[in-house]
Design a protein around this ligand. Sequence first.
Ligand code: ZN
Ligand code: ZN
Length: 347
Amino acid sequence: MLTVNAIAAPSATDPLVRTTIERRDLGPRDVLIEIRYAGICHSDIHTVRGEWGPVPYPLTVGHEIVGRVTEVGSGVTRHAVGDRVGVGCMVNSCRKCANCLAGQEQYCAEGNVGTYGSVDRDGTVTQGGYSTHVVVDEDFVLRVPENIPYEAAAPLLCAGITTYSPLAHWNAGPGKKVAVVGMGGLGHMAVKIAVAMGAEVTVLSQTLSKKDDGLAFGAKDYYATSDPATFETLANRFDLIVNTVSAPIDINAYFRLLALDGTLISVGAPPEPLPVQVFALFGNRRSFAGSMIGGIAETQEMLDFCAEHGIAPEIELIDADAVNAAYERVLKSDVRYRFVIDVDSLR
Ligand SMILES: [Zn+2]
Ligand SMILES: [Zn+2]
């Protein structure tokens, strides 16, 4: 066992505190990663506060991880000491079901093993990336190209792949009109990626306060959803709408913005059910879909795509001791656009 520094949530209501956690001894197919940066995802906050179900406290969260390989098991072939690597939202899966064999491990029939708070296949509870080191099976470790800025790479492992996967699956590209709902951690990456894919991108945000940013990221248009005229102006316009908002919205109003055969994909997860008016889907033969992160091969494809197109998340770098304050700011949408923990502050 390796004892390493970390920050952990002691309970649903206490602030995160500095502690130590155990990492397993390296198995033949394991990689030891010295973590350098860890992104703060809204899911981390939902999880530590017990909003998404029971939590095995104390828990270290974090599933946007980048660092360097410092040791490899005897059978590791995909990674070498010194490589810059990343770990996202999952660290294992059954590897036998149809979805795993199709490279869609996120939809593993037995459930993928989450990077934190899940029971791994060896029976231990996984602990996330707000920590100095992590041990992960090589098949769930990604190569992070050196030309992606180091401190900005971490959020690609969740926010990046969560938006890339549906954009790729529903063929965002030249000739396609794509709307992105919400301009937060996920939304700003959806804009950059859809623009890089060649789509015509419109941002739909509550206010125009981030309009300059949206246009700088390559969006063609930017509308405030607080203005009812927006929904008249944009009726029947979009081939794809990616909804990144995790608060309840009037989803039916957004369906009416879809053109013929258009699809609205939700990647934000509101806690309450959304009332869907089926009539709003009849017109233009519209579809309503969900999407959850992406497979390992697709995550590598996303990292390579971002490196090739020179796109990376916008981040605010913080020390480990600022995490509790950062959580409060995330809840107020007061971050442009992702907090990243400088893990050197934990050493
Ligand atoms: Zn996440
Ligand atoms: Zn599986």
